[in-house]
Ligand binder design. Structure first.
Ligand SMILES: [Zn+2]
Length: 217
C-alpha cells in the first residue's frame, strides 16, 4: 500500500523512495513508498509532474493510477530504485482541485433544492453532476446555480476536512454539508480563478448539471 501524502497535505513538492521501476505496454512505471500525486479516480484525472533522483536523473510523471491500493506512476523515462524528489505540476493540480471543489458546491446547491447528487465527473471540459429527485425537489435552473455559486465563491468558504473514527475523510466548504471524499480540493473558494458557467438538463427524472470554468484573462 502506498502512503497517500496527498490526503494529508497540500504540499506539491517532497521526497519519497522508488521501490521498483518496471515497464508495461504504456511505458515505464514506478511504485513509491509514499506519494503526493493524486491518482486518477473519484471523478478526477491524475496529477502530473516530475520525479528526480539524487544523481540528477529526472522523469516526467504522465499518469498515476491506484492499482488495488498501490499507486503506480507512469513516466516518460525509467528511474532507478532509491530516493527521489517529487514535484506535482501546480497549474494542473489547481485546475483539477478547482473543478472538483466547484463540483462539491454544485452538489450542495442541488441538495438544497431537493436533488440528491448520485454521480460526479470533474474532468476538464467534461464536468457534470447527476442528481436524483428527493420527495421535496423543485426546479433548478442554470441561472439559479450560477447565482448561488457566485454568492458562495464571494463568501470565500474555506475547505473543511475531517477524518472520522473509521478513517473516512469528510470534505466540505464552510457550513455546506460535507461528503466522504479522497480527492484534491482548493483550500478556499477564494482560489477559484474564473467564471463558472452551468447548464441544466432534465432527463427522465434525472437532473444533469454540466459546468465549466472560463479563466479570467
Ligand atoms: Zn472532494
Amino acid at each position: 500500500m502506498t502512503k497517500r501524502l496527498y490526503m494529508e497535505t497540500s504540499e506539491l513538492s517532497g521526497s519519497a523512495q522508488v521501490l521498483r521501476c518496471e515497464a508495461d505496454e504504456s511505458g515505464h512505471f514506478v511504485e513509491l513508498d509514499a506519494t503526493l500525486f493524486h491518482p486518477q479516480g473519484g471523478g478526477q484525472p491524475s496529477d502530473i509532474g516530475v520525479l528526480q533522483s539524487d544523481n540528477g536523473v529526472s522523469a516526467r510523471v504522465l499518469q498515476v493510477k491506484d492499482v488495488n491500493g498501490v499507486i503506480l506512476h507512469w513516466l516518460d523515462a525509467p528511474i532507478a530504485a532509491g530516493p527521489v524528489s517529487l514535484q506535482v505540476d501546480p497549474a494542473v493540480r489547481h485546475q483539477h482541485a478547482m473543478l472538483h471543489s466547484i463540483g462539491h458546491v454544485i452538489g450542495n446547491i442541488g441538495q438544497r433544492h431537493g436533488w440528491k447528487p448520485v454521480k460526479a465527473h470533474h474532468w476538464p471540459g467534461e464536468c457534470r453532476i447527476e442528481f436524483m429527485p428527493e420527495a421535496s425537489n423543485r426546479d433548478l435552473t442554470a441561472d439559479e446555480i450560477e447565482d448561488a455559486l457566485a454568492t458562495l465563491i464571494q463568501a470565500q468558504l474555506a475547505a473543511q476536512v475531517h477524518v472520522d473514527d473509521k478513517g473516512l475523510r469528510w470534505v466540505g466548504f464552510g457550513e455546506l454539508a460535507p461528503w466522504p471524499c479522497g480527492g484534491t480540493h482548493l483550500a478556499s473558494l477564494a482560489e477559484v480563478s474564473g467564471q463558472v458557467s452551468a447548464a441544466v438538463k432534465l432527463k427522465k427524472n434525472k437532473l444533469v448539471v454540466k459546468y465549466d470554468i472560463e479563466s479570467k484573462e
